[in-house]
Design a protein around this ligand. Structure first.
Ligand code: KIV
Ligand code: ZN
Length: 542
């Protein structure tokens, strides 16, 4: 293995070259706020039972702290927080409280382990929200933390809301005040996600130095929002710069506005990029993420790191080819690591077929369905896939199989070749169709055009087809359509259809054939032409 490579990840070796320049913590505690900040996601409202399910999943995942809610909000919220605590999980259960005794009483009533006390500190919030002076804020910090201490919580965490937009001297004063009266954890919220990673690192370092001068064991916690898409980057920057040892995260990064730092991103970065231990069981990540997606009904974007549907898929021929040869070429971690598919499933699930695919991916993908194609067949399948892709459609595994089957179902040297098809149909008119066939006779070809009517466009086209070649291949007599069925794959008007037919002749030869196209009538006629050709082939071989 080369530098940067381990059994399940392959990262930039440059990281190791600068490791000596940063002071990383021994371990980072994961404080999950999916049930509190995550539940503040617009549109999310979880039932008590759903919250219990999520709390149990988080505990199984190995988070250190579960912020179960803000008990003072409502009796329902208090009930769910209490019941989460009663589950007797391994994780510490925290609750959010304003700097009010009544809020802390509600936490105490739920017998919570950790009191997470917050009050805003920025001038903006003091002037427009709290209408308080800085001194009044400091007084509230003192009285509430002192009261929390009296109530006997195992941990007391203080957050200066809007910390990153607060005057630095006042911020230092707020945190040192909290620690000097008993807070043993400080949390630094970037409440509206407005700081850069480097600035957040520097700020966290300044605050760490200030509070650790009072109590060297204070836990330094980070809480970043993703308004500029920097929540994970800021959290990691503060871990690097200040040696912060706790991060607030939510599963799938849900939360107010653009959300919070995502648990999966932070945990996987700590594991793969920094080598810092957490208590998270990585293999449970995907499962937990899917549960939260299902219960909150906040869909995960396909491009969301690690957990999004696309993160281990390859459509481009070049990528798919390389990833089949060595998955780490285009997958930095093994999906198995987070409980997604295994490398050995790569061939079936990882390669997505689309207009950027190459012949190699198509052949490999088809092999997983036990379909072996020749070079010519692969080329034709690829051409059809590109045609579908150019129309902006997704090619599913089912499309691929039916296209392959319809291409492979074609006789190598067909007697009949459909050159043109025109169908006229509508309301209050008799459907009619005209076909132009190229027909092989001995070693030469002739063209035949025929028209007919029918009860519908498919029937008319089928009749036209019969009349076009009946006169020429006279000895066959009438070919009968025994069975006709169709699968529409999507529930859209532009659905991709596969038509299956069974045809027989008067001598008792029978054959099945199929064809797939977006146009139902064209798919029907192609299936019939395939059927007729197969029948003729069978008769010749008999
Ligand atoms: O974003 C924020 O400031 C918060 C605090 C309550 C910690 O969620
Ligand atoms: Zn928040």
């Amino acid at each position: 293995m080369t530098e940067g490579e381990t059994k399940d990840v392959y990262i930039s070796p440059f990281i190791q070259q600068i490791t000596g320049e940063v002071s990383l913590p021994q371990q980072v505690y994961i404080f999950d706020t999916t049930l509190r900040d995550g539940e503040q996601t617009p549109g999310v409202a979880l039932t008590v039972e759903e919250k219990l399910q999520i709390a149990m999943a988080l505990d199984e995942l190995g988070v250190d702290v579960i912020e179960a809610g803000m008990p003072v909000v409502s009796s329902g919220e208090r009930e769910s927080v209490k019941r989460i605590k009663q589950l007797g999980l391994n994780a510490e259960i925290a609750g959010l409280a304003r700097t009010r005794n009544s809020d802390l009483d509600a936490l105490h009533e739920c017998e919570l382990d950790v009191a997470h006390v917050f009050i805003a500190t920025s001038d903006l919030h003091l002037q427009y929200k709290l209408r308080m002076t800085q001194q009044q804020v400091l007084d509230e910090i003192v009285s509430s933390i002192t009261y929390a201490k009296e109530l006997g919580f195992k941990g007391i965490e203080y957050s200066a809301e809007d910390a990153t937009r607060t005057d630095l001297d006042f911020l230092v004063k707020a945190y040192t005040t909290a620690v000097s009266v008993g807070a043993d954890r400080i949390n630094i919220p970037d409440t509206v996600g407005t700081i850069t990673p480097r600035a957040y690192g520097v700020l966290s370092k300044r605050l760490t130095e200030a509070v650790r001068a009072i109590n060297n064991n204070v836990r330094i916690s980070l809480h970043c929002h993703n308004d500029f898409g920097l929540a994970t980057a800021c959290s990691l920057a503060a871990i690097e710069a200040a040696g912060a040892n706790q991060v607030h995260v939510t599963v799938n990064g849900i939360g107010e506005r653009a959300g919070n730092a995502s648990l999966e991103e932070v945990v996987m970065s700590l594991y793969a990029l920094y080598g810092i231990p957490t208590n998270i069981k990585l293999k449970q990540l995907y499962k937990t993420s899917k549960l939260v997606e299902k219960l909150t009904q906040v869909p995960i974007s396909p491009c969301q790191p690690f957990i999004g549907d696309n993160t281990f898929l390859h459509e481009s021929g070049i990528h798919a080819h390389a990833a089949l040869a060595h998955p780490r070429t285009y997958e930095p971690i093994t999906p198995e690591l987070i409980g997604k598919r295994t490398d050995s499933e790569m061939a079936t699930k990882g390669v997505v077929i689309g207009k950027h695919s190459g012949a190699h991916s198509i052949r490999e993908k088809l092999k997983t369905f036990d379909i072996d194609t020749t070079r010519e067949q692969t080329a034709e399948i690829l051409a059809r896939i590109k045609e579908i892709g150019d129309k902006g459609k997704r090619v599913t595994d089912f499309h691929l199989r039916t296209i392959a089957e319809s291409v492979m179902g074609k006789i190598a040297e067909p007697v009949l070749d459909l050159k043109e098809l025109t169908v006229v149909t509508g309301l209050h008119i008799t459907p009619s169709a005209t076909v132009k066939l190229r027909i092989k006779q001995n070693s030469s070809f002739i063209e035949k055009v025929a028209s007919d009517i029918g009860v519908g466009p498919v029937d008319a086209a089928c009749n036209a087809l019969q009349s076009a070649f009946k006169d020429i291949v006279k000895d066959i007599g009438e070919i009968k359509l025994e069975k006709f069925s169709m699968d529409a794959i999507e529930a859209n008007t532009d659905a991709f259809a596969t038509v299956h037919v069974r045809v027989s002749d008067q001598q008792g030869f029978v054959t099945d054939a199929s064809a797939s196209k977006e146009d139902i009538v064209v798919a029907s006629i192609e299936a019939l032409v395939n059927g007729f050709n197969r029948l003729l082939y069978k008769r010749r071989e008999a």
